[in-house]
Design a protein around this ligand. Structure first.
Ligand code: URQ
Ligand code: ZN
Ligand code: ZN
Length: 484
């Protein structure tokens, strides 16, 4: 039986334009768009009526942590439950993170995460974190790029005494990424300053979650962002800054881009709409549930981030989906620095950004598609397989009803987390159907996620143009091309 699906009468939205057209999907790929679609539909094709709805490319979340061992525990969502929750919200692809322990072989850690991810319900790729350095890391980065299709490497500038990178590692790893045609990415917070401020606050007797944002003020993020941008500039390598949360870091990215540097910024749905007052909630559980890094900020920062998305100085949205339940968060009951950092959001991201972004006039539907799918596909070399509706692309699509509304709640979420940072928020504009690999996996509340249906997505290195972009780096550092 051919896997065929005909989506009729919807408004197709790509990052460049929107147009009314039928879409035919056959065997997991988009086979035809427009008048031909119905004519080419094989007998027995499943038909969906999309009249009055938008037809969007499946969402891509470039920043998730399923099944992550972190701060003495493991996140509540594994690769099946987390990707299933994503499908219920219109996200059909995730990029997750392999995070080796210090001194752990990158290839060994990569093998472990690949095994964990086999249960995924949706397609997935991996960034690999560089948490330490020696000759084997240099070598394994080459293997990962050339043989495994990992073309992005993460660097945590925070989390001292755990996975934090110092400048020596940043310089060596960024240079190696340039050699390989891979994208370096950073979690930009100065881990030394965070550690100092945590100690200071403890000395003053501040133990509750209200201490979390006080230990990570915007200046701590801005310093690290500016430092990573400067290192990337001197080395001539592009840079992607994850979860930009404050105006100072967003401004540093905008200034670097205005100077012609290839710096890209990611914004989390939570940082766009959730305010720092959540850390002053009377009950520990609610305040602790919002502990993630960088912390949620004030409205002024949120407005700056929205303008970054509107102006194109920030390119992608993500969730950093990293769910811990109340019992896990209680590890920090007497010391906020011990509260496992992370929140959920993979199911809510697209609806929250549509409601706050498109309904408010900040973003057009096409700009929404760019920041929830296309730009991530381009920056992480999944385009044009993912991130647009075009013949030959993967049949990952979302039917989006701009008039339907829903109130977000932990009571109805599919994540295994027990808290929802968007609790009680009513959004207008929600997915009615999610199609993954040409099959309907979510329909009007009925989630049909299949364990193990997700595929690993190898992502090639950036081509010769990437190397050519940084000829000056080659000229300046030619004598340094020797191995570390
Ligand atoms: O820092 C990250 O991205 C991971 C560890 C998730 N936790 C968080 O607070 N952002
Ligand atoms: Zn991070
Ligand atoms: Zn993260």
């Amino acid at each position: 039986m051919t896997n065929a699906l005909l989506i009729r009468g919807g408004i197709v939205v790509n990052a460049d334009r929107e147009f009314t057209a039928d879409v035919l999907c056959v065997e997991g790929q988009i086979a035809a768009i427009g008048a031909d679609a119905a004519r080419q539909a094989p007998a027995g094709a499943v038909q969906l009526d999309a009249s009055g709805q938008y037809v969007l490319p499946g969402g891509i979340d470039p920043h998730t942590h399923m099944q992550l061992p972190f701060m003495g525990t493991v996140t509540m969502d594994d690769f099946f439950t987390g990707t299933a929750a994503g499908l219920a919200g219109g996200t059909t692809t995730i990029l997750d993170f392999v995070i080796p322990n210090a001194q752990q072989s990158l290839m060994e850690a990569y093998g472990t995460w690949r095994e964990w991810a086999r249960k995924s319900a949706a397609d997935y790729g991996f960034h690999v974190a560089i948490t330490w350095w020696d000759e084997s890391v240099y070598r394994d980065m080459g293997t990962l790029v050339n043989e495994e299709g990992v073309s992005s490497f993460k660097h945590f500038m925070a989390y001292k005494n755990a996975i934090m990178c110092d400048d020596e590692i940043l310089v060596k790893s960024f240079r190696r990424a340039l050699e390989l045609g891979a994208m370096p990415t950073v979690h930009a917070e100065n881990g030394e300053l965070v550690y100092f401020l945590q100690q200071e606050l403890a000395r003053k007797g501040v133990t509750g979650p209200e201490g979390h944002p006080r230990s990570r003020p915007p200046a701590v993020e801005a310093e690290a962002a500016q430092r990573a941008i400067a290192i990337a500039d001197v080395l001539g390598v592009p840079l992607y800054v994850v979860h930009v949360s404050c105006m100072e870091a967003a401004d540093a990215i905008a200034r670097a881009r205005a100077a012609g540097q290839r710096v890209y910024g990611e914004v989390l749905a939570g940082h766009l709409v959730i305010e720092e007052s959540v850390y002053r909630a009377p009950d520990f559980a609610s305040a602790a549930a919002h502990v993630m890094s960088p912390p949620f900020r004030s409205k002024a920062h949120q407005e700056f981030l929205w303008r970054g998305l509107q102006s194109g100085s920030l390119q992608t949205t993500a969730t950093d989906h990293c769910t811990f339940c109340a019992a896990q968060k209680a590890a920090g009951k007497d010391d906020f620095a011990k509260i496992p950092n992370g929140c959920g959001g993979i199911e809510e991201r697209m609806a929250v950004i549509w409601d706050a972004g498109v309904n408010s006039g900040r973003l057009t539907p096409s700009e929404f598609v760019a920041v929830t799918s296309t730009n991530a596909a381009r920056l992480f070399n999944l385009y044009p397989r993912k991130g647009l509706i075009a013949q030959g692309a993967d049949a990952d699509l979302v039917l989006w009803d701009p008039q339907a509304s829903k109130t977000l709640s932990a009571a109805t979420q599919h994540s295994r987390g027990d808290f929802n940072i968007f609790e009680g928020r009513t959004v207008r504009g929600i997915p009615t159907h999610t199609i993954s690999q040409g099959r309907v996996v979510y329909a009007n509340g009925d989630l049909r996620a299949e364990r193990g249906a997700g595929r690993y997505l190898p992502r090639p290195a950036f081509g010769a143009n990437f190397q050519a972009l940084d000829k000056r780096a080659k000229q300046q550092f030619a004598p340094m091309a020797a191995k570390p």
